[in-house]
Design a protein around this ligand. Structure first.
Ligand SMILES: [Zn+2]
Length: 58
């Protein structure tokens, strides 16, 4: 998924530290430990992901 966001935004990482794409939080183990196994995205990337799920983006 990182490659997809990289293609969309030109940057594989995010400035929002709550976002799964935040640089220091990219590792799955860190996400699982902090968010109970459920990942989160910032509004920007969540919107991109929602668009992809609906087939509107990319
Ligand atoms: Zn983000």
């Amino acid at each position: 998924m990182k490659a997809v966001f990289c293609a969309l935004t030109g940057d594989p990482f995010c400035e929002n530290k709550v976002c799964r794409l935040y640089n220091a939080h990219w590792q799955e183990e860190v996400i699982g430990a902090q968010f109970g196994g459920d990942y989160q995205l910032c509004p920007l990337h969540q919107g991109l992901l929602d668009g992809m799920k609906r087939g509107e983006a990319v």
